[in-house]
Design a protein around this ligand. Structure first.
Ligand code: NOJ
Length: 552
């Protein structure tokens, strides 16, 4: 069933959506932690970048066991980040500039400090309070073994035992107990939370761990093959019938949610964070369920023309088979930043690389940045919506050498210090060339910024035509013009030029997007150069470079 509705209702189909990790964006009150007023103060940066929407990672009250993805109150703002009034002011400032606001909703689990979990801990086995979560007796004669051998995404078992002998389920950290989505009270609560924020004017929701809410918990619990990186992409291939990923029952939940979204004018939109293979994501993206899902196959695709061609073809075809458009995303708060990921030899185990403080294998950051800029132009050239993670527009690299004592990702502790985790992509943004935290705030930020980041700041890059920031600004604006001038949602590989290391596709009659993933320059076809991710070489497109041409 295709999605019907007005053009205005479909704003998200070609939107550029900018992800803000609030604790690391801007710090207005000088406590070293980014906050909501710090976003409002910098909203003109986003307007100048030309983005259509922001997606805010969680800002809710949270004991921060998992960077805010452990929510203690789904209807509040963490006092360190501001107030509900500050949130309303941010929404108003964004809307005044034509920027929509998407917020993160975290329905798979709560914080251990959520009143429901506190009540569950104080209630006996079998009580209604425990029924909101997943409590089980253990295995073995005295129930001392966990109910199943499932491993948590952050290391260690998914089950933790309480003093009264029962175990509770947490797919992530121990401090993030999983909710029981078979319980009508849980379902009703989230419908109400969606309405609460929709009533405050938010335009949409990013749904955390969207594929895991429904679970097959029938006894005996089934054991599964799990992958060390914890990504559903690989795990689903090994376990097509998985006990807690992509269960058929999940679609009822999103059908209910969609009725809430559609009861608003304009309808609220939703994007699923579901680390599933593309063909399984399709089941979520429907006229009576969710609007989009992040394209993680694209995010994980290596810098290789054949691999990119395949993933782009599949994404475009899959999306159009259900009447929608694909999403394009290369970066977020969970993955190694693009210039670093693409500056390492193909196939590098990024978690192992982080454990060497980014020394082994050595990183070719210059090449990585060239590729990151090239893939940005490729990505902005594709039909559908684009997600940009804060700092991507500055070409920030991963901070791979954060000292162990500052690491906050639960993976670090839960893996016994064998996996560093995701702090290296969450370092506070540099805004100015100077100052204790380079304009992030009046004090040092909660994670240290590396030497030299002043040169990557917004101030340093603004007005420099060769900077990554100006490339992003130019690409986002030009893309909008070209879409309006006839490119629409069209896409076709350009049979004459698309071969070998050269990716080439057309958008409408006149817009040609070319990316050279190889090492050798390739002659450019006829056309006016509109934008290039790096210098051209006497009419040829050098390796690791993209260009947009206007065809005669
Ligand atoms: C996905 C989020 O992006 C990640 O940061 C978080 O740790 C997990 N979900 C658990 O909520």
């Amino acid at each position: 069933m295709a999605d019907t509705g007005s053009a205005q209702d479909h704003w998200w189909r070609d939107a550029v959506i900018y992800q803000i990790y609030p604790r690391s964006f801007g710090d207005a009150d000088g406590d070293g932690i980014g906050d909501i007023p710090g976003i409002t103060d910098r909203i003109d940066h986003l307007a100048a970048l030309g983005v259509d929407a922001v997606w805010l990672s969680p800002f809710y009250p949270s004991p921060l066991a998992d960077g805010g993805y452990d929510v203690a109150d789904f209807r509040g703002v963490d006092p360190l980040l501001g107030t509900l009034g500050d949130f309303d002011a941010l929404v108003a400032a964004a809307h005044a500039r034509g920027i929509r606001v998407i917020i993160d909703i975290v329905p798979n689990h709560t914080s251990e400090e959520h009143p429901w979990f506190v009540e569950a801990l104080n209630s006996p086995p079998g009580s209604a309070a425990r029924e909101r979560y997943v409590f089980r007796d253990g295995k073995g004669p005295d129930g001392a073994e966990p109910p199943s051998g499932w491993q948590s995404r952050f290391g260690g078992p998914t089950w933790t035992r309480l003093p009264d002998g029962q175990w509770y389920l947490h797919l992530f950290a121990r401090e993030q107990p999983d909710l029981n989505w078979a319980n009508p009270e849980v379902r009703a609560e989230f419908l109400d939370i969606l309405r609460f924020w929709s009533d405050r004017g938010v335009d949409g929701f990013r749904i955390d761990v969207a594929a895991a809410l429904a679970k097959d918990l029938s006894e005996p619990l089934r054991e599964i093959v799990q992958t060390p990186d914890g990504s559903g992409l690989d795990e689903m291939r090994a376990n097509p019938d998985h006990p807690f990923l992509d269960r058929p029952e999940i679609h009822d939940i999103y059908r209910e949610w969609r009725r809430v979204f559609d009861s608003y004018d304009p309808p609220r939109v939703a994007v699923a964070e579901a680390w599933l293979p593309s063909h399984r994501q399709l089941h979520y993206v429907r006229a009576d369920e969710l609007h989009q899902a992040f394209n993680f196959e694209f995010l994980r695709c290596p810098w290789d023309a054949d691999a990119l061609r395949d993933v782009i073809t599949t994404s475009v075809d899959d999306a159009s088979s259900v009447g929608t458009v694909a999403t394009w995303v290369r970066s977020n708060h969970d993955v190694v930043r693009t210039p670093s990921a693409l500056g390492l030899p193909r196939g590098t185990d990024l978690a192992a690389w982080l454990m060497t403080d980014g020394t082994e294998p050595p990183l070719d950051l210059e090449r990585g940045l060239r590729r990151a800029r090239a893939i940005a132009l490729l990505q902005f050239g594709l039909p559908g919506s684009n997600y940009v993670y804060q700092g991507e527009e500055l070409g920030l690299p991963e901070v791979a050498d954060l000292p162990p004592e500052v690491l906050q990702d639960p993976k670090w502790e839960r893996t016994g210090h064998t996996v560093k985790g995701r702090d290296g992509c969450r370092v506070p943004l540099p805004w100015d060339t100077q100052g204790p935290s380079l304009g992030f705030g009046a004090a040092l930020g909660w994670l240290p910024q590396p030497a030299g980041w002043g040169g990557l700041s917004v101030a340093a890059q603004t007005g420099d035509p060769d900077s990554t920031l100006e490339l992003f600004r130019g690409a986002i604006r030009l893309r909008r013009t070209l879409i309006g001038a006839g490119a629409g949602e069209s896409f076709a590989w350009d049979a004459d030029t698309d071969k070998g290391d050269l990716l080439a596709f057309t958008r409408g009659e006149h817009w040609l997007v070319l990316t050279n993933t190889g090492a050798e320059p390739v002659a450019l076809p006829d056309g006016e150069v509109l934008l290039a991710s790096g210098p051209l070489d006497n009419g040829a497109l050098p390796g690791d470079t993209s260009v947009w041409l206007r065809r005669p």
